[in-house]
Design a binder for this molecule. Structure first.
Ligand code: DGJ
Length: 736
């Protein structure tokens, strides 16, 4: 899959779906030649013509031959600050002498017959069919070595990139910026999309035209954030969900991140992704190595759906822990919106009994089970059971679940501490703070200094002790504030710029220890809903609570946007009570479930208060979801109608691998008088096969061939008759 051509001095990573070509030019600069649809071989085509450009500068080297050459005009793989390329750089280093001019040239390469493993950070895994190209660049004067790793995975249209910076000099240096991927394009007419939002409104799709100048998207919140996903995609202007060239990048990282899109004065485009550099200064002592997170790149000529499907498959096969690949996720009941902090043993047991009656797989005890936790003011950090609420400990309820055939799961927020906690009273210096300034709270809580190994150790041991006597199948790992004051008493003054990244490393360390201790534990990531929905979390936790907003109407956009970067099998989606607790909106139970089928179905309300009719309806929903669980969770997912194009409608579908079963879901916000007719066009069916189409509300039933369904489409008729309604269609092949 990886070749180097001595004559053309080009590296080619290629499989049946994509090719990525890197060149070494006459100056030893590593050039970006191509990323896109697979090609068979590589010639000199693609090398940039040399030409004089006024006001560009020549790099150091053989000056007589360099009048026509400047780094500012070359498509590069890893541009550095202070090299004469005035565009956005991927690497900025302040050397021991204080200077910042960095000039990297090609040194050597290695082709490894396996996927490169990062040592300090999570990374994609490839059980088989992974190969890696390592290219070493050096700045000889500064004795700086940079290793660029590019991995390719069987026939998947994915390239992952990562970077190591090694200080081979005898003086300490400071890395001020080290991005994971930089992609240059010559004069393209691109749009770009990104996922932007807020708490309860995560990952809305924003599409913009690339204009001259640099646009910078970022999270400086210490976590991925509700506000900006660690993702960016460039798309040719006429690209839509089904056609057009798309280049997508995601970062496997859960802290500060940055995505930059720049169009320069020659209309060339540079797109970058990496660790956020606003609060990042990493001191590298002689001989030390810094590792940047892995970036996952994909190309699709089949529009945004194609890009998302590439990411989806890769996440399932190569990102989440392998033991969860294709493992059906449990249908759950969570008590949070049902009880908040107000519960006791009898209430939980009653909820468990109802959960059993409904036929779910897992009961999750959310916040409030520990310390003196009757509100969000107290006890974070004191991870021992609250005996007032649960006098017989976790053992009693966990055993009750087990005895009734339910799995048991529990909520934790291990990175946090309350001022009113035994932990804070004992270790006030374990909190990240503003040096001598008073602490600045958020949700009355503070952040433990996870850059400090003893803190991670302490939390792990405490959790291990608390869960020692129960059978735990699942944890919901929450994280409910941003990092604002980021001073660590553990690190030296000169290292304070390392704290945000060291914090993330500490969080990953805890996640890895939990994974090692309980390999089969299903972890659901959470950060006030979807504040940390990223590939870093997914590499430990195969699913993530997509949003604290459980309103079905708002959820359509959140789940639709999230599907840009992650599959339904990663998205927690619950049916909650009405009026909805976030929006006060009233929607039908059917509508709430129809939306939740687009992710991992759960129920989050006081199920002990359900009427018999509601119970009967939920039982049906659970039976339906269970019947089609594998297609809903692991089928190929297509976005059909965007709620971001037309605020009133949306549709999506999933289809199984043998194209025999598909579920199409259609949603409407407001019905209209003199309504426009709506046709749906399912995709991915086998043209010559006959299918039966049935809506779950019993309103539509017919038969048609795959080609007709895809080309002619079918009407949603009779039309939906009330606001906030939906229709789910099951499409099943009649003849095999
Ligand atoms: C925020 C989460 O997103 C909610 O689901 C819930 O677990 C609360 N935290 C508990 O404090």
């Amino acid at each position: 899959m990886i070749q180097f051509c001595e004559t053309t001095k080009k590296f080619m990573l290629s499989n049946a779906t994509i090719s990525y070509i890197i060149g070494v030019d006459a100056q030893g600069v590593l050039t970006h030649e191509y990323f896109g649809k697979a090609i068979r071989s590589v010639s000199k085509l693609g090398a940039m013509p040399e030409m004089t450009r006024n006001w560009e500068v020549q790099p150091i080297g053989d000056l007589d031959n360099l009048r026509n050459y400047s780094l500012g005009t070359v498509n590069q793989e890893f541009p550095t600050f202070g090299s004469g390329d005035f565009r956005q750089s991927a690497l900025k280093v302040r050397f021991g002498h204080g200077g910042v001019n960095c000039d990297l040239r090609y040194d050597s390469y290695e082709i490894l017959s396996e996927k490169h493993q990062l040592t300090t950070l999570p990374c994609a895994h490839a059980e088989e069919m992974g190969e890696t190209l390592m290219i070493k660049l050096v700045d000889e004067v500064e004795q700086l070595e940079v290793k660029l790793y590019y991995s390719i995975y069987g026939e998947q249209p994915i390239i992952s990139r990562s970077v190591e910076v090694v200080n081979a000099s005898s003086q300490a240096i400071e890395i001020q910026k080290c991005l994971s991927a930089s992609l240059d394009f010559t004069h393209g007419t691109f749009d770009f999309i990104h996922l932007n939002g807020a708490w309860g409104r995560e990952r809305h799709i924003i599409r913009e035209t690339i204009k001259p100048g640099a646009k910078r998207l970022a999270s400086n919140r210490g976590i991925t954030s509700h506000n900006q996903a660690a993702f960016i995609a460039l798309l040719e202007r006429d690209t839509n969900e089904f056609s057009g060239h798309v280049y997508g990048m995601q970062l496997m990282y859960s802290g500060n991140h940055v995505e930059i899109v720049e169009q320069d004065h020659y209309r060339n485009i540079r797109a970058q992704i990496g660790i956020g550099d606003d609060h990042f200064n990493w001191v590298l002592q002689p001989g030390e190595c810094f590792e940047a997170p892995e970036a996952i790149l994909t190309f699709s000529e089949h529009g945004l759906n194609g890009m998302s499907q590439n990411f989806h498959r890769f996440i399932e096969n190569n990102v989440i822990p392998p033991q969860f690949n294709q493992a059906l996720r449990p249908i759950l009941v969570n008590n949070w919106e049902g009880t908040y902090f107000d519960f006791n043993e009898a209430k939980i047991i009653e909820m468990m009994d109802t959960a059993c009656e409904l036929g779910v797989d897992l009961f999750v005890l959310d916040d409030g089970w520990f310390g003196k936790r009757n509100s969000d003011n107290v006890s974070l950090g004191d991870w021992t059971v609250n005996r007032e609420k649960l006098p017989n400990g976790l053992e009693k309820i966990a055993k009750h679940a087990e005895a009734n055939g339910l799995m048991f799961g529990i909520w934790i927020e291990p990175e946090m501490v309350s001022i009113d906690s035994d932990l804070y009273r004992k270790h006030p210096d374990w909190v990240l703070n503003g040096y001598q300034k008073p602490l600045s709270p958020s949700r009355n809580q503070h952040i433990l200094d996870f850059s400090r190994p003893e803190v991670v150790d302490y939390v792990f041991n405490l959790l291990k002790g608390s869960f020692a006597n129960i059978t735990l199948s699942y944890i919901k790992w929450d994280m409910n504030r941003n990092l604002s004051q980021v001073y660590s008493h553990y690190l030296l003054a000169g290292q304070q710029g390392e704290v945000p990244h060291r914090y993330v490393l500490g969080m990953y360390e805890l996640a890895q220890r939990i994974r090692n201790e309980w390999p089969h534990l299903l972890i659901e990531g959470c950060s006030g809903g979807g504040g940390r929905f990223d590939l870093g979390v997914l590499s430990y936790a195969p699913q993530i609570w997509a949003s604290d907003n459980t309103d079905a109407v708002e959820r359509i956009k959140i789940q639709y946007g999230t599907s840009i970067i992650a599959p339904p099998s990663t998205m927690g989606a619950h049916v909650s009570a009405v009026p909805n607790h976030q929006t006060n909106r009233v929607t039908t139970l059917a509508h709430r479930a129809n939306v939740a089928y687009g992710g991992l179905l759960g129920y989050e309300l006081d199920i002990t208060q359900l009427t018999d009719d509601e119970k009967a309806c939920m039982k049906q929903q659970i039976a339906f979801y269970r019947k089609y669980q594998s297609v809903l969770q692991f089928g190929t997912f297509y976005r059909l109608l965007s709620p971001f194009d037309d605020d009133n409608e949306a549709a999506w579908m999933s289809i199984n691998d043998d194209q025999s079963v598909a579920i199409v879901s259609y949603f409407v916000n407001q019905v209209e008088v003199s309504f426009p007719l709506r046709k749906l066009y399912p995709v991915g069916l086998l043209p010559e096969k006959l299918y039966k189409i049935e809506s779950t509300d019993g309103k539509q039933q017919f038969e048609a061939y795959g080609d007709e369904l895809m080309a002619i489409g079918f009407y949603v008729f009779p039309q939906l008759e009330s606001d906030y309604s939906s229709r789910v269609y099951v499409i099943e092949m009649i003849e095999a």
